[in-house]
Ligand binder design. Sequence first.
Ligand code: 4AD
Ligand code: MG
Length: 482
Amino acid sequence: MYNRTEIKDVLAGGHLDKEITVCGWVRAFRSNRFIALFDGSDFNTLQVVIDDDFGNEDVLKKIHFHACVKATGKLVESQGAGQKYELIANDIEVLGEANPDEYGLQPKAMTMEYLREKAHFRMRTSTFSAVFRIRHAIAYGIHKFYNDRGYYYMHSPIITGSDAEGAGEMFQVTTLNMGDMPKNEEGGVDYSKDFFAKHTNLTVSGQLQAEIGALALGKVYTFGPTFRAENSNTSRHLSEFWMIEPEVAFNDIYDNMDLAEEFCKYLINYVLDNYADDVAFLDQRIEKMERNMPKEKRRPMGLLDTLKFVVENDFERITYTQAINILRNSKPFKKGKFEFEPTWGSDMQAEHERFLVEKKFKKPVIVRDYPQSFKAFYMRENDADESVPGTTVAAMDVLFPGIGELIGGSQREERIDVLKRRVEAMGIDEEELWWYLELRKFGGAPHAGFGLGFERMVQFITGIQNIRDVIPFPRTPGSAHF
Ligand code: 4AD
Ligand code: MG
């Protein structure tokens, strides 16, 4: 339309002494002369200098923070420090005004909470632009990682009749009239009258369908939105989040751990290699934020150092039983500092995971072989082991510093008799899973996979504290704006 040149392109060189047009938004305007312009293509802004001959005061009066501007002129080498090039603009048009008296954002520090209420504008700030460029980078890196290794991207359904995790945390999907639900003979809702002629919900995980893919295509992964109606108001939980779920035939729990570690490191490296400016900005942002904090509140390492440390070191690998022993012998436990007692047979609490990752090992930790009692029905039962107090399953969680659980996965139960026993013991409707059971009966094979919480990975790589600030439009209990 305007035959514009993108700022990334301008900054890359090749346009010197040429006349070009750029379009973007104002990050700063000083001395009624210098505009720092961004258009999203690059972390860095382009300095637009208003030509002395440009006499249109009416236009200049409309140049404000985040107004949209089109500027045409000659690209020259910059006289000032801080940038290589600048555009001497002799033609400027304000495409979209942003009256500072009415526009909610200002060119100064604003809280993340405030910006969340302004999610239609927050992507324009330096911080959120950087976060969302990195979010894109990770998404692309995911596809590249799996494509390069011969995996197939598989779309699992968003509307489904099954509860993959068996945890009952689902959003129901229905077109029935809530005020006048058709009743069946037992007095319950007659879902045969519903849109899909059955009870349906939004998916909590694409895993069960991915298993179908793995037992046909060998190596698959899903990457899509998942929904959980759990009432968790924390900085790590969303009601709508994205998950990546690789599923691989002929892999066991150890192959699964190797894949998880390689995958995490690849994504971090991909961002470090391709989006260094954005990471550097976020690194400095955290440093500035923490400068005036007491030492014990600050992060032990800067963002960049943390990322490099994680890719350069092996993840720690321990069993759940070892983890419980470590926790029970730890100083915080002996001094009564844990809110919850670490006992074999109960799930680890966030405080326990944090101790293992941030205090004990000071790096990512993969915990495996959890008690069967609090894990999902599909996880493969381990052989009895006398040194362990109870039955365990070949499950693994990858715990990350500052994040806690980043990945949950397992080897899957491929033995139909064991699986049926588990389904029954957990009170799950076998009929809903008929196809999942048949997958064991015909051409079954050992297989394994895991789910990586996409937003938690974005949080880790950007160093952003609250998960609501790494997704464009967060959905959390009591909140679904925009
Ligand atoms: O541990 P989860 O529940 O595992 C599964 O859903 C398996 N079906 C995965 C598999 O084996 N294919 O979830 C996997 C990951 C968690 O480790 C966490 O990172 C993320 O998904 N996650 C959430 N992220 C944001 N908000 C929530 N409410 C989340 N719940 C889980
Ligand atoms: Mg989990």
